[in-house]
Design a binder for this molecule. Sequence first.
Ligand SMILES: Cc1cc2nc3c(=O)[nH]c(=O)nc-3n(C[C@H](O)[C@H](O)[C@H](O)COP(=O)(O)OP(=O)(O)OC[C@H]3O[C@@H](n4cnc5c(N)ncnc54)[C@H](O)[C@@H]3O)c2cc1C
Length: 406
Amino acid sequence: LVLPQTRTEAILEARVRDVGVSVRWSAEVVGLTQDETGVKVEVRGADGTLEQVAADYLVGCDGGRSTVRKLVGIDFPGTPGTLTAMLADVELADPPERPVYMQRSEFGQFSVLHQDAGPWRVMTVEYDRVTDRSAPMELADMRTSVARLAGTDFGMHSPHWLSRFTDAARQAVDYRRGRVLLAGDAAHIHHPSGGQGLNLGVQDAMNLGWKLALVCQGYAPAELLDTYESERHPVAERVVANTRAQTALSRPDRHTEALRDLFETLIGFEPVNRYLSGMISALDLRYPIGDPLTRHPLVGYRVPDADLKTTTGDTHVFALLRPGRPVLLCLDPGTVGALTEAAGGWADRIEIVPAHAEKDAWAVPVGEVVPAPGALLVRPDGYVAWADTDPASLRTALDTWFGPAR
Ligand SMILES: Cc1cc2nc3c(=O)[nH]c(=O)nc-3n(C[C@H](O)[C@H](O)[C@H](O)COP(=O)(O)OP(=O)(O)OC[C@H]3O[C@@H](n4cnc5c(N)ncnc54)[C@H](O)[C@@H]3O)c2cc1C
């Protein structure tokens, strides 16, 4: 599935507006203060006027150069860029006979692709050539880069759009400073290889959103927010590492070419392929939830989207998660009564769904097939917090993730 990022943004914006969130464009955070009761944010509007906005918490999702991160003084260590990549949508007076995909040269690689009835998309990557990213990118930069790699600039003119990026890879040392949190590129940047950045940021937000909601609504203690960093920091650390590996593997020299050939052979082995696809898609992600020695094989993983029969009709697990509430799914008719009673103190914030699973074996996201559990507790981000039939351990899990019983 290829979905342009503009389309993803439009879908997300429509969704947040549906749930009552107002989006204000051209409003820039320029200052902030916080104390133990809340955060005050200074916002500059498009006309230059300054306004103060007060909130219980602030989440800086303001990109790799995050003002919020800098204002709260969270360090952003990592590695600087070692290459320059350029992207441009342009007209070509002298286009290639057919599209060029990732042609390598001694300095790097380039692509020249024709988009449906639109301009040409030209991409270049030059290794060991890092340009000053604070200077605006000009058409001349792109022409020079393509000419160096392809021996011609294809008569490039009339740019619609120009962009430049590097493989700088950095990660915030903390994701939380008091009542201020970071998510998305504000917390981590890396080369776009594998198309992992958006997924990583959206999953940060999925992990944090329900925790913040429970804390702000007074159900859960603020310590629940610490699990945001303990769960999400290692995930981005791994993405930063795998993108560094990918850029290292794409260098144009002969030694790297040999390494690439070797890797190509390795990818042909099914377990290696499964390992790498699980990593790039992040579907192999298992949060450190529960006792690693005794937990059910599904605990910590994204819940499988199993087909279910409920008293209100046929459904599937992901449909039950749409309202954004935790779901206690009771699949064993013998224990549903005891579990419903055990969860009574949390009935104000979770959905309890007795159901029959169509299949008695479920696939863990990375491929292993395991017996369907008698019951499972699914967090609003879709990860399994508990899978068992024991009411006492259910109460512990509910208390850990959704605050004390009421
Ligand atoms: C060339 C390229 C290709 C990519 N391809 C893919 C891909 O195929 N798949 C994928 O998953 N990812 C891809 N990525 C990565 C992806 O684009 C980013 O990870 C993602 O956009 C990060 O989203 P974000 O919301 O965290 O930050 P951003 O998209 O950077 O958004 C930050 C927002 O905050 C705003 N902002 C900044 N400062 C302030 C301030 N002081 N006050 C208020 N607002 C502010 C900005 O204007 C911006 O709107 C690619 C990246 C690049 C460079």
